[in-house]
Design a binder for this molecule. Structure first.
Ligand code: TXA
Ligand code: MG
Length: 318
């Protein structure tokens, strides 16, 4: 039996399955399976009030799972799906309370990974899925990250390393004006060309657990430091420490420190792809602290800095 047939059998039996997407791995249940959805929350130890994203098979399903989707939603869906953009829209009656935390809105996207699309198409129903990590832990970008978090409890469809590496951009189109709730692989600059200036999340925004300050945290304590201070912080640390720095600082890494310093690639897409794997790796190597210098916050640099800030427990609502 192919892995995907086994995964479909699990889904049909009301069991969640971890599947690859282009952003991070998801832990999915059939949208019509209350049991499966309850298991997702249980496995993740995630509060029931934090809504899940509905992963659709195609953009036309917007008509089935949302209502009053504005023309802008269709335009963005057409342009970016399959891809790393989640739209928050009013939900249709087909979306259960258990997926939305009782809110009247639902997050939807079509993932750009052939295995995810095959799984959804053959399930015949969208998959409700958060990232396949335990609540407030690092997101997985490889099957082995999921296995390390859940062991034998979860069946993992292995689709290789995620090509994007950080979670989707979340754009709220359910209110009077579009709002960026989470920066991601589709950048603010790109979206503003289509949508005009975007408001950011505020206290009245729908709940996004990604805005929780301690989201995306590795086990090691992450501390943000200035570009001028990382070296001293590393050398002076009493605990076993590593550093993660942007490419701009590559020339400042002395050979003696090279083994404990991770330099992100110059290309920001490559840096996003490498980010969680690098943090997982530093955790696996048993560092107690990670000193982080944020990259310049332009384009994809904004999403990378957002995730690093959250890893340090300093995430603002975005
Ligand atoms: O790239 C991604 O988005 C990945 C892959 C698996 O698709 N998924 C992901 O899911 O990151 P999760 O649950 O870790 O983050 C989804 C975010 C959460 O912060 C959740 O609160 C927010 O989306 N969200 C979902 N539905 C929402 C809604 N109706 N209103 C506001 N935020 C919502
Ligand atoms: Mg998550």
């Amino acid at each position: 039996m192919r892995e995907i047939d086994a995964a479909l059998a699990r889904l049909a039996a009301g069991e969640p399955v971890a599947f690859p997407t282009e952003t991070v791995y998801g832990l999915g249940a059939r949208l019509d399976s209350e049991r499966g959805i309850a298991r997702v929350y249980e496995l993740k130890a995630r509060p029931r009030s934090h809504p899940l994203i509905a992963h659709l098979g195609a953009a036309r399903e917007l008509a089935d799972y949302t209502r009053e989707a504005p023309p802008l939603a269709w335009l963005l869906a057409e342009r970016y799906w399959p891809g790393p953009l989640t739209l928050i829209l009013r939900r249709s009656a087909r979306v259960p309370d258990s997926v939305t935390g009782g809110q009247d809105t639902v997050g939807v996207r079509v993932p750009a990974h052939p295995l995810a699309l095959e799984l959804i198409a053959r399930a015949g129903v969208p998959l409700a899925a958060p990232s396949a990590n335990r609540f407030q832990q690092l997101s997985p970008t490889r099957a082995e990250h999921v296995r390390a978090a859940f062991g034998d409890e979860v069946c993992v469809l292995d689709g290789g390393a995620s090509s994007g590496g950080i979670e989707s951009t979340i754009l709220d189109l359910s209110g009077a004006a579009p709002r960026l709730l989470r920066p991601g692989l589709v950048t603010r600059e790109e979206l503003e060309l289509v949508c005009g200036p975007l408001a950011s999340a505020d206290a009245s925004a729908p709940r996004a657990s990604g805005s929780h300050p301690l989201h995306y945290a590795p086990r090691a304590r992450v501390e943000l430091v200035d570009a001028s201070a990382w070296r001293h912080a590393l050398e002076a640390s009493r605990e076993r420490a590593a550093a993660l720095v942007p490419h701009e600082l590559a020339a400042e890494v002395p050979a003696a420190l090279a083994s404990s310093v991770t330099v992100l690639p110059a290309d920001l897409a490559a840096a996003a792809r490498a980010l969680y794997a690098a943090l997982h790796e530093l955790d696996a190597r048993g560092y107690a602290r990670i000193f982080v210098v944020l990259p310049p916050e332009r384009a994809l640099g904004a999403a990378i800095a957002d995730r690093l800030r959250r890893a340090a427990g300093r995430g603002d609502a975005v």
